[in-house]
Design a protein around this ligand. Sequence first.
Ligand SMILES: [Zn+2]
Ligand SMILES: [Zn+2]
Ligand SMILES: [Zn+2]
Ligand SMILES: [Zn+2]
Ligand SMILES: [Zn+2]
Ligand SMILES: [Zn+2]
Ligand SMILES: [Zn+2]
Length: 1783
Amino acid sequence: MAYLLHGSKLSASQIVASIFQHDAEKGKSLVHEICDQLLVPSKHTSRRTDAIEWLKVFFSEGDSFDNFCTKVRNMDSSSLCGCVWTANFVAYRCRTCATSPCMSLCAACFEKGVHEGHDYNIFRSEAGGACDCGDSSVLQASGFCSHHGPNRIPPQPQPPRFLAAGKVLLDRMFLMFIHVLRMFSEDSTDGGNISFPTEVKQFFEFVLDLVKLGSPVRKHVSQLLLNESLYSDIMQCKRYKCLSDSNSQILSFHKKSMDLFHDAVKATDKPIMVEEIKDTGQFDRSYQYKTYLDEIMFWIVRYEFPEPVILIVLNLLPDTEMKREFSKCFTRHYSRIAISLLRSSNVDQLCNRVVHISVQLFSNNDLACMLATEENLLEVFLLSMHNIIRPFLEDSQTSSRDYHQCISSNSHHLKTNVYWPIVSDFVNVLSHQRIARMFLESANLINCWFQQLMAFCGMDLCNRQLRSHIEYDREPTMAMHAFYSERESCATTLWCLIDTLQDPTTSHMTLIVIRTLMDTITELFDALGFEEMQTLPYDQCSFHYPLHRYLAQLISNGIKKQGLTIRELNISEDEAMKLMSHPLQVLTTMYEVTCNMWVRNGIHVSTQALAYKQYFFCKFFIDSDLYLLQLCASILPPDTFIASVFERCRVIDCLNLPRTAVAPTLPYKSSSAPHEEKIPKMLEAAFKLILSIFSVKTPIDLKDEDLIQAEVIVLLTSQSCTYSMLSDHIPHEFHSGSKALLITDLLTKLLKDFATKKEGDTMEQTTYLPNDAAWKLYDPVFMEHRTLYKRDMQHAHTSYLKHLKENDKLEKHVTEADIWPPYQPVHTLPAQYESLANLLHCKTLFAFIFTILNKQDEVTDITLSIILHLLDASFRVTPFPPHGADFPENKRSRKEDVWYAPFQALYDLNDPFVNFVKLIPVSDDKHPLDQSASQTTSPSHNQSQKMTKESILTLLLRLYDKCSGKSASFCLDENKLNSSFTLPAVPPMRANVISNLLHLAAARSAEVKQTIQVICGTTAPPSAMVTDVDGRPLDMDEQSRKLQAREARKRLMKQMAMKQQQFMQQAQMTLMVSEQPSDSQLQSNFSESMVEEDNLARDFGLKVMPTYECVICGNSETELEATNEQGDSNPSERLMSLICLVQPSTVLGHRTDSVRKTAPYKPGSYHPKVLSCRGHVVNRHNLMKLQSHHTKFEQQFREQNLFASAVGIHVSSCGHHVHLACQRDYMDSVRRDESSQLNYDMHRGFMCPLCRQTSNLVLPCNIRPKQFNISETQNYRVLISKIWLETLNDIESISESATFSALIAQQSSNSLNLVAFASAIVRTNLENHLLQLGNTLLLKEVDPSLSPRLSLISRKLPVGNFFILMYRMNKVNGSKETRDRNSAHMRTVVDRLSGRIPGESSDILLLLEDPITLLLQMMLESPLTQAHFHTNVELLFNLVYIQALVHVSCKFSSEERRAWKNNVSTSMGGIPFSSDNLECLLGFVIRFLPHQLFEIPKESFEQLIGLQGMGYSTTVFSPQSVMEHVERLVLHFLQVASLLHHHLFDEGHLPIKTNSKNEFGVLATYLGLSDESPNSIDVMKCLKWDKPTSIVRQWCEESSDFIRSHSKSARSLLTSHRTWLAPHLLDLPRHYSTLFQLFRESKCDKCGSMPDDPAVCLVCGAFICYKKTCKPEPHEDDVLFSSTGNSRVETQLKAACRHAQRCGAGTSIFLLINSAVVVLIRGTRACIWGTVYLDAHGEEDRGWKRGKPLFLKPERLRLLEQQWIQHVFDSACKGWTVHGNSL
Ligand SMILES: [Zn+2]
Ligand SMILES: [Zn+2]
Ligand SMILES: [Zn+2]
Ligand SMILES: [Zn+2]
Ligand SMILES: [Zn+2]
Ligand SMILES: [Zn+2]
Ligand SMILES: [Zn+2]
């Protein structure tokens, strides 16, 4: 039947369909025959390139393939969406609807579902995924969309025999499918990534397309892939004719391919087994390939998850049976994945692809449980982990006895995260509580897991460098890899397990696990050789001990939530001693690093010490370690514990050992002890550690809610935080598992209770500050436990001081140094840990405190404060030990422990109050003396003059005197005695704290109270207690001198601090200036010139400045006088110029006459168009062509001026001047110096040497003689013209990139035209100036707080300079003859305006003229004086007025017109004509204009204009409304004329400060058109003419011919005046999602494709294929474009750059839809502006990292708009880069 393949496709299709109709069997064999032709496997090329086309034909059964597809889709009966996506796809997650955290929804389903008010986020998929819509195992039914789930719209029924041919085709296609897969096994000998040739890819894509059609196809394919008998038949060459026919090509290929398959299977590595897991053959899969699916899975792993194949499989998963079978198959192959991960050359890609699949399977609770029970899933994971870890083990080298093996910290394994997919899947599976239980209950699995954790113990061992720096510094990221791997692999698993151990019912499990863990730890100690050692080595540390941390977390959780007791755990003192060794080593190392003891090890160690505390790691790392110390402290004898801490910190020597007969041996070599200068710091560290045991209660007993509260308070007090920072920096344990849901609600509540919101400026994000309630709970100990950097601690301390002062708790002069950290009092200890109280009461601690207080000048202030706090705690914390009782001694005896025996001997009892007052003899060098020794040797000591007796109490009283600055000043206050027990000392000033402590002790113990009263009751100072043998009073002088010295030092420190702060502020300022635009930054940037700025805003432009100062050389110059020339040998050296920035601009063209803003619209869809100024100019230009022109110059002048009112060259200046010569030198040096080379590549760009603003032109400025009528010498003239010409050429070349510049270039060969060009610049900048002032010249007094706080850079517009340029050009260029002709012509125009002569036929028609153009042209020919300017304005005002009347009369209805006309018609008995009567003039105008003007049918007129809204007013005009109308129409002329006057003559400030609302009146006065007060001015009064009747009649009549012959055009021209409103950026919706949904899946209206990165132009709303080539926009009838004529260049540009040219002459603003970021393009450069959308917490979210709903911040949009209108992007935005046409 092969003939079918030669004929028409349609008929072939119909034939096959009809054969099936009659005989299905015959049909099948026919299709098989066809397939024999079409599906011939071959490696690189298919035999037939049209095979797929033919396959489509036979699938369609007589229909078109597209129709066939639609039909199948409509029959899709699947209740699941299953839409599959790959990386970078944008999807949604709704936490309200989800039952599994891994659930996701495609955008289509999300939008169709109901998620209003839900807690959802949008995210960009990293690994790819699939839509879960309709899957009730991960999503509540409420989250399903209307098309999925049980209540979906029912599908169409499937007709019988549907897809009959298709099924056979599919059978054969999958045979081909495995043939193709097998073929490539030779290519990939070492496994791995293969790239399929295009033909093969097309084939896969076709299969994928079919599978995507829905359940009819999916069902059949699933059955096919799972059919065991079919597969077995095929492997035996049965079932299909082509396989049994020995001549068949296919058969021979089939046989070969089977060999390839068998070889590949044989070559597959088996995973290495672990002893804990019994090998029952479950991992040997070589003989278990029973179905297509099995084999396909084999190839998937073999080829490292080829994307086309995975996508096909993933799209089959909505079929329930398929999903089940596939997940089993996947699990069976899982251990092989580990092996391929190790080998892969593209690990990242492979990881993503593996997870893409596994997430779909393992997130499903039922499926995962089934796999765990039926397919040994957990064992598979452990085995896979083992296989991944095993190759990277290396010897741990802690000591010679160490035979432990741990993961090499240098390994590739850590760097590439190969373990990641396996760990992630493992955690995903364990998050199902049933499975976690299963895991915990299996001793084998747990044991196996702990064995694997052991490999993480002792990773990245560091030895402290004592002499030299380490030779090379490994990159700090290396250290982080080890941290990440411990966190990912060990910690996350633990959190899952703990989630199931939440109540007493599971306590037995915890106990068993803890026991197993203890055994494993013993094994670890054994391996490390630690069992035999007494102490761990010093100067050596690894930060990684996950087994210890598991133990800590499990015990802590067990005690807190499951009712376990410490006793039950049965941990012996010996075990405790060993257990705490490693955590203590790590914690001490962390302190050593902060004391700079590890500097020689470089950044590698310091990074680890920071990471150890960081929010991402702290829960598992530092918290666990500290907890284990707390636990051990409550098990061990207190003296032993305290001594161990001091021993580990190696600060014993400095404790002033008590003088005894025998010197004890130190437990460490003194050579390795901290250096002398570091000892005070390490001593502080030792006390901090002890304090942490009591104060950091985090893991001990706080509830989760309280823990989070503590974390939030630390964050709030240590820095100013945004919401996301707060929520992200809450330690990560809370972000996993069941606790994740807790956070959001809790945080909201906590912020309400403890924070105040700070909105900030336009570009600032909302932050939170701590309130008073938060400061009450401020805990410096926990703060230090959590914060990484000293600066954060410092910030908290400073803010605390500020808080105290604001609440009047402190006097203003108190500095930070005067207050101590406000430690939170420790009242009670949790019941389980009561024995910790013994630590506070034990003799050793008191002995240490006593010795430290004796040498208080040698310890840090913090140490002192901690000691006092420890004393405070020891008086508060109960239970007190029974009087006289002793604590148990350490049962084991180490010779090292002997060292602290003399300390212990200082006190007899463990009673804090007895010890507090006990007097102990002290030698003069402050060493306590052994009492027994002192007694026995007392005779010899009698000679000693300085033997004293002190107690802690006497020492404290002395300290109190010192701090309060008075001697013997302390006395007990009875009131305080009663309250001191509960109150902490506020403010925590030294004397306060001591006094509080003394009161507390007195309140608690009568003995202490009595002793204090005895001491203080006597008149003698406490020093009297000092039993000085001679009774010599203590040298008070010495004391006060010390005090003075201390004060002096403090003052000095304060001064230093102030200086530093100043410097920092300055440095910060420069830093900020170089960052993104933020309001405050801009403000600070320009604050220096604030005063000047204020003026600048009002008086832009050219002033008669006496001098110009060069910002480079500092010299000043005056105006160059032409008459000075003789005395001036080289005037060019004195030439000054203004630093300017030239930019082509279309901002004016984007003005509209409608108040309505454009809203975003779907590409290609209809949206209401408003008339833009640019469109209007193009229309007018077309109409103007009809008019004749006197000269070519005149025509060009008009044309240029017309264009200039829409698009033109914007010139602005920062207002600084330079010598032209200095500038040349400067530019040379800039060019030579690479570093100062502008980091933005702008044509001729440079930065102003003074203010660093972007500039690109220097504009000569001091060449205007004060008097223009001074005759100029020829030399001077030449010089000037030359300079001007150069300047104009510069401008041209700068604006070359602009589209319309071609228009200029076209004509610039004609020198005359340069005048027109310059006039266009004047025009553009005049109009821009008006726009930038807000379209008004009135400056109203407004409340500054009401205006949006937009700070902008005001820049001068040098309009005056350009006018003079134009003026001079006109005087010197061209032939004299031409010049004379032009000026003669202008004179006639002036005569016509004043009515002296009538116009000729060749002349321009005045009524159609643009008065501003005429004004510029008239000024060219008249002397440049105010008087002439005034005359010209007066003349033109008459014209403007009449034009306005014509305009109004065109708006009348014919009846109205008749009425007005009749007013003045004498024949009708009207009123007599009067030139100052508006009604008369109006009637007059109507009478003289030809009636054709008014008789144009409305429709045709609108067609001509091409726009609606021409305003046929239906309202009836009254004389009043006519006048108002006229005033409005003439206003624009007055505004521009005033500005020109201002720029030329620099008189009177613009804008004018006034309360008047009558701008017309104010400006008429300004221009001298009327002398009356602005508010009473009548338009008529401003008209100054001799014979108005004849003038008006003349103007009307000379236009009559034109009006009669071109009535429509004439009307359009006569009514073309518009009031242009300020342009606006797109009217963005409040919700970002509205915008996203509008443009998601939008097809581009130019190229028809769906861009990956859609963008929208915020200026015009155009849809842009960002970064794509796309296609040029259609050339509309727009002279401003058509003249470029360079479409070839245009097509090469990428879409955004091209649009920037079209829409903004190089400048454009784009909003990227997929990231909510605004990007600016300026010519060849681009920069990220920022975002105008913030989330509900006032924060930016660039690129959707958090994906929360975003809302418009209107202030930001307004700022962006203002920056656009003001043309200040270059200076306002930082971070410009060259885009190289890539956007
Ligand atoms: Zn979906
Ligand atoms: Zn759906
Ligand atoms: Zn929802
Ligand atoms: Zn200079
Ligand atoms: Zn400057
Ligand atoms: Zn645009
Ligand atoms: Zn496009």
